[in-house]
Structures are given as structure tokens and as C-alpha cells.
Design a protein around this ligand. Structure first.
Ligand SMILES: NC(=O)c1ccc[n+]([C@@H]2O[C@H](COP(=O)([O-])OP(=O)(O)OC[C@H]3O[C@@H](n4cnc5c(N)ncnc54)[C@H](OP(=O)(O)O)[C@@H]3O)[C@@H](O)[C@H]2O)c1
Length: 278
């Protein structure tokens, strides 16, 4: 059996689906089974990475774990995983982790690196799946797109290579179920570098309505983001966007190397999710 944490998330749902599709028994962890909406083939269990007493029953009999990174929870999780004799851990980490840095340059890299370091020190077999910007970040534009044809954002020219959540999950499923990924740090991106403005336009094409991006002052955007996201993370996100302007985003071919299929384009993501924006 494979334990999937973060099973109700953008990536975790596809991990659950991919494992079930490959015929592997899945236990899916969620803090609220009543709202999880997970496939009937999965054993759904209530648990919380912040509540260590919920971990032993979740880990019992688990040959492998897909681990969602919740800050401050690694130590208790790893203690429980060692006691349960878990075979391997595949961590959903982040491309923000900088292997060359002694001190991580930003808050997003720092909390993922803390968890990576603890896993490495545990002696358990591991794979770190490190995606860059998710295409699902575009969901933040949904209220504006439902309300009109203009998406107001702070950096229309900021670039990223947005990755489809199904591709991240496909890599994780390979790492959970096949050999050759122990000690790998898989750096994952989508197949093309796009500006925020490009993404808004491509979304419009998928929805069937012309959309355009319009620049707003950074401080206005910051105040809005602070309603949902901690300050350090907001400032990191804005800093990364500002720093990306005018430079093509890193594009890797790791999705294709690991899964045998090219990474899905942002246009594909937009087509898959067009109904979410209508
Ligand atoms: N967005 C990006 O561009 C980006 C880029 C690189 C890396 N990442 C990383 O990817 C992750 C986000 O992935 P996602 O979009 O798939 O997630 P998501 O859709 O935001 O879902 C969050 C998941 O985390 C689970 N969760 C939250 N707190 C938990 C806790 N205390 N114990 C157990 N489960 C908990 C939730 O489960 P329940 O609510 O069901 O309990 C839910 O399944 C983050 O770690 C982020 O740093 C994101």
C-alpha cells in the first residue's frame, strides 16, 4: 500500500488516480474525509501531519509515501515513518530550493529545504520532486475572469514555465512505483517560457473570450495577496516575479525523461480547465 498525503490537492489527486490506474493499493490522508471527494478505490483516512498521533495508523503497512510539505512537521513524520518501516518517501518539494546556497535565499526554498534535509538525514530512501511554477496558480485569476475580460496583476511581463499538475503527479507515481529514482532531485517545469500576459491570452483562447492582462501597482497586489498567504511567502513570490522579467524561464526535460511523454503545454492545461473559468 502507498500512503498519499496532500491527496486532495492539485497534485495529490492525480497521484491517487495514477497509482490506482497502475493497480496499486492507495491510502489517502486528509484532514476532512467528508469533503475529500476521492475515488472509491482509495482507502480514505483522516489524519493531519501536524497531529503526530494520527500518523502511526496512516503509515501502518505503507511501502512508500507521497509526502506533502507542511512546515514544522518533518521530525514527527520521520520518527513515525522509521517506526513503520516505510520503504521510500517521495517529497513534493520546490524548484525554489537552491542546492548551491548555504542559506536558502527565500522563504519558499527555506521551508522545503528544511524538510528535504530532515528526510536526507533520516536514512530512509527518498526522491525529491521539485516543480517550478504550477499552471494552477492561474486559478488566482478566476474571480477576475468570471467578472470581466481584464486580469489586473503586478507583473504582466514576469515569466515562468508553468507545469501541469498531472505531469508533476506522473513523475511522482514513477518515483513511488519504479526503481532508479532513489536520491534523485527531479527538477520539473512545463515545456515553454511564458509571460503572465501570454498566459492570460492563452486562457482566453481556451475559454473562447479574449482576455488581456493589465498592470497594477505592486503594493495593491501585495495587500490583496496578504489576505490569503503569509507575508514572507507573498514577498518571495513578488520578488521572484520581479526578478524574472526579461529573462526566459528555466525549462527542463525531466517530465519526458521520467514519464516517456513530453510535458503538457499551458494551452493544454487551459483546455483541461476551461470549464473552471466559465
Ligand atoms: N504553486 C506553485 O507554483 C508551487 C511551485 C512549487 C512547489 N509548490 C509546492 O506544492 C505544494 C502545493 O501542492 P498542491 O497545489 O497540490 O496543494 P493544494 O492544492 O494547495 O492542496 C493542499 C493539500 O495539503 C493538504 N494539507 C494541508 N495541510 C495539511 C496538514 N497539516 N496535514 C495533512 N495534509 C495537509 C491538504 O489536505 P486536506 O485539506 O484534505 O487535509 C491538501 O491536500 C506546496 O507544498 C507548494 O509549496 C507549489
Amino acid at each position: 500500500m502507498i500512503l498519499v498525503t496532500g491527496a486532495t490537492g492539485n497534485v495529490g489527486r492525480h497521484v491517487v488516480g495514477g497509482l490506482l490506474g497502475a493497480g496499486r493499493p492507495v491510502r489517502a490522508l486528509t484532514r476532512d474525509p467528508g469533503r475529500a471527494g476521492l475515488p472509491a478505490g482509495a482507502e480514505v483516512l483522516r489524519g493531519d501531519l501536524s497531529e503526530p498521533e494520527t500518523l502511526p495508523p496512516a503509515l501502518e503497512g505503507a511501502e512508500a509515501v507521497f509526502l506533502f510539505a507542511v512546515p514544522g512537521t518533518a521530525s514527527a513524520f520521520l520518527d513515525a515513518a522509521l517506526k513503520a518501516d516505510v520503504g521510500r518517501i517521495v517529497l513534493l518539494s520546490s524548484l525554489a530550493v537552491d542546492d548551491a546556497a548555504e542559506v536558502q535565499p527565500n522563504a519558499i526554498g527555506a521551508y522545503h529545504a528544511d524538510i528535504e534535509d530532515a528526510i536526507e538525514a533520516s536514512g530512509l530512501e527518498w526522491t525529491f520532486v521539485r516543480p517550478g511554477a504550477f499552471a494552477t496558480n492561474s486559478f488566482q485569476w478566476r474571480p477576475q475572469i468570471e467578472a470581466g475580460d481584464v486580469v489586473r496583476l503586478p507583473y504582466p511581463e514576469a515569466v515562468s514555465a508553468p507545469i501541469h499538475e498531472a505531469d508533476i503527479a506522473a513523475v511522482a507515481v514513477q518515483a513511488l512505483t519504479s526503481e532508479g529514482h532513489a536520491g534523485a532531485r527531479h527538477l520539473l517545469t512545463g515545456p515553454e517560457s511564458l509571460t503572465n500576459g501570454d498566459q492570460v491570452r492563452v486562457l482566453g483562447e481556451a475559454i473562447g473570450r479574449p482576455l488581456r492582462a493589465e498592470e497594477i501597482p505592486v503594493d495593491v497586489a501585495r495587500q490583496a495577496m496578504l489576505r490569503h498567504v503569509p507575508e514572507q511567502i507573498v514577498d518571495t513570490m513578488l520578488h521572484l516575479q520581479a526578478a524574472s522579467v526579461g529573462r526566459p524561464a528555466l525549462v527542463t526535460d525531466t517530465v519526458e525523461k521520467v514519464t516517456g511523454r513530453p510535458a503538457r503545454t499551458y494551452a493544454q492545461w487551459a483546455a483541461d480547465h476551461a470549464s473552471d473559468f466559465r
